[in-house]
Design a protein around this ligand. Structure first.
Ligand code: UGA
Length: 581
């Protein structure tokens, strides 16, 4: 093999295959690529990319135009026209969580059949994520069988896992932290190292040379460790949420400065998703079970992630009360920003739970709507902009941290929404600022105040059975004020919070110790409820009379309720009014 003119082929045009192929081609390596999906081949041929990945289309287009990147319809042609073949096919999860090696086996077979007719040495590199021993036992043996040749003598074999992230794939390929080469024999490792040395030149990252089985396990351990870091922080976030004054962001900053821990992947949120972590962790657990080894830490990591998405829905319920028939905005659908990938996206669980709760969901995502439609169909509405998504909404959930959402200010939510209420599932906002301006909750944010919809009261009942009706601006109770839900400080009782809110709102002094209870039902007409509570109070034998506070404030007295505004509660009101108050 003339290594100055080493030619590459890639089988599989997903994120890993196409990105790596395009990066090599952009540095003038001759790259042939193939995918069983003819549609993908055609797209790449026309200089385009079959999915959204920042910066990739420019590379593909330029390389296709220069002729360094060619997508072929025949795999044999690609393999025989190259010196090194990378297997970059998908390794999805089977129903039971185990790895599905169908595509890897198919690729190995077509490589073997092609190599059968090749004279010289060829290097086969497994870049797909595969469970330990796959490179040698599945790929190596299949190629040997189909080619009639011997690994380590007639062809070389390496496991060379990939660590690029979706959304950052191009940058990660040009600037990786390290390269892992799991070689079945020395020559194979030397040739692959040489290829990378040519590709990176002076900027070559550290290279780890090891056995194929170690390389395979490095990839799984890497993803499992990263996912564990995130689940760990999500666990701490749950604690913070219940702890007045605690904030997971401060915890992440504090521990991230410890060099032994490091600051990355400590961002708490509503869980991890995507095409890698979920399937890889499950595959690792499944593989280990077959080896009769328990992986309790990884099982716990998966367990935390199982329920984490539902936390945002619980926070929304605490913030605005029941979600039935409420218009709820979901900002972000893709599993992370800068991708249109919906595979194992956390949004799927969030949206489905919202629908189960009876909410009317409207969602916006800058890129993922076409893929999301395939999942949610017409069960939700899709907005064309952030503004459209928020307009008239009663609660907004931040599900994916797209930069377009980060720039929103509390005033934007207040201006657009019917009830300005935000649940930040990705910690993109200044939680202190937002919680001082609108109804706000966030994962891992145990603010001193919490929003209590019980303060959306219609009436305050005093111990002496007098009642203070509470409603502002709705005729006929003109001049009365409302408490549309409010904030309770952690060191005060609900009665104290009520008294404080009443005073803040009206200047009126209410003594908390006099309050027997409140009547509240924020999801139904407060006017009707105010009337009903007064009636109930009478039926209970209460001596219904206007409270001192009402009188002092020159608010209405109960017998001034106008009959004609009583809607279907006419009878109740008539009875009510006939009472001596
Ligand atoms: C992951 C790894 O990071 C890559 O190194 C690996 O190559 C890739 O899997 C793979 O196996 O192919 P990726 O799934 O593209 O990459 O995305 P990540 O950036 O790792 O994010 C995964 C999930 O974790 C996302 O849902 C993200 O929102 C979540 N995450 C990440 C957090 O919730 N908090 C964090 O601090 C970081």
């Amino acid at each position: 093999m003339n290594e100055d003119k080493v030619r590459l082929s890639f089988l599989g045009l997903g994120y890993v295959g196409l990105t790596t192929a395009a990066c090599f081609a952009s540095r003038d390596f001759k790259v042939l690529c193939f995918d069983v999906d003819k549609f993908k081949v055609e797209i790449v041929r026309s200089g385009k990319v079959p999915f959204f990945e920042p910066g990739l289309e420019e590379l593909v287009k330029a390389s296709v135009e220069r002729g360094t990147l060619k997508a072929l319809e025949g795999s044999r042609e690609a393999i025989l026209g190259s010196d090194i073949t990378f297997i970059t096919v998908g390794t999805p999860a089977k129903e039971d969580g185990s790895i599905d090696l169908t595509y890897v086996k198919e690729a190995s077979k077509i490589i073997g059949e092609a190599l059968h007719d090749k004279r010289g040495w060829h290097l086969v590199v497994v870049k797909s994520t595969v469970v330990p021993t796959t490179t040698e036992k599945v790929v190596g043996r299949t190629v040997e069988k189909c080619s009639g040749k011997l690994a380590g003598r007639d062809f070389g074999l390496c496991a060379n896992p990939e660590f690029l992230r979706e959304g950052n794939a191009v940058e990660d390929t040009f600037k990786p932290d390290r390269i892992v080469i799991g070689e079945s024999d020395r020559r194979s490792g030397d040739v692959l190292e040489e290829l990378y040395r040519k590709f990176y030149g002076e900027n070559i990252p550290p290279i780890v040379r090891t056995t194929p089985v170690n390389a395979e396990l490095i990839k799984y351990a890497n993803n499992a460790f990263l996912a564990t870091k995130v689940s760990f922080m999500n666990m701490i976030a749950s604690l913070c949420q219940k702890l007045p004054g605690a904030d997971v962001e401060a915890i992440a900053e504090g521990i991230g400065l410890d060099k032994r821990i490091g600051p990355l992947f400590l961002e708490a949120g509503i869980g991890w998703g995507g095409s890698c972590f979920p399937k890889d962790l499950k595959a690792l657990v499944n593989f280990s079970q077959k080896m009769e080894v328990d992986l309790p830490i990884i099982e716990a990591t998966l367990k935390v992630n199982e329920t984490q998405p539902y936390k945002i829905v619980e926070l929304a319920k605490e913030l605005v009360g029941g979600l039935e028939n409420r218009r709820i905005s979901v900002l972000g659908l893709s599993f992370k920003p800068e991708t249109d990938d919906m595979r194992y996206a956390v949004s799927i669980k969030v949206v489905n739970r919202l629908l189960e709760e009876g909410a009317k969901v409207i969602a916006y995502d800058p890129k993922a709507v076409p893929n999301a439609r395939k999942i949610f169909g017409e069960s939700i509405e899709y907005a064309n902009s952030v503004e459209e998504c928020l307009k008239g909404s009663e609660c907004a959930l931040i599900v994916t941290e797209w930069s377009a959402f980060k720039s929103l200010k509390p005033e934007d939510f207040i201006r657009l929404m019917k009830i300005p209420a935000v649940v930040d599932g990705r910690r993109i906002y200044d939680a202190k600022l937002f919680s001082s301006k609108l109804r706000f909750a966030a994962i891992g944010f145990g603010e001193k105040r919490y929003y209590n919809p019980a303060l959306a009261v219609n009436a305050i009942i005093y111990k002496d059975k007098s009642v203070l009706l509470v409603k502002r601006g709705v005729e006929p109770f003109k001049g009365l004020w409302s408490l549309p839900g409010g904030f309770v400080e952690y060191d005060e009782t609900v009665e104290e919070a009520l008294a404080r809110e009443v005073e803040e709102e009206t200047g009126l002094k209410v003594r908390p110790e006099r309050i027997l209870g409140v009547y509240s039902n924020p999801t139904r007409s407060p006017v009707k409820h105010a009337i009903t509570i007064c009636y109930t109070c009478i039926m209970l034998g209460g001596e219904l009379k206007p409270s001192d506070e009402c009188v002092e404030a020159k608010f209405f007295t109960l017998n001034s309720l106008p009959r004609e505004m009583a809607f279907d509660h006419k009878k109740i009101v008539e009875d009510f009014i006939s009472q001596e108050c």
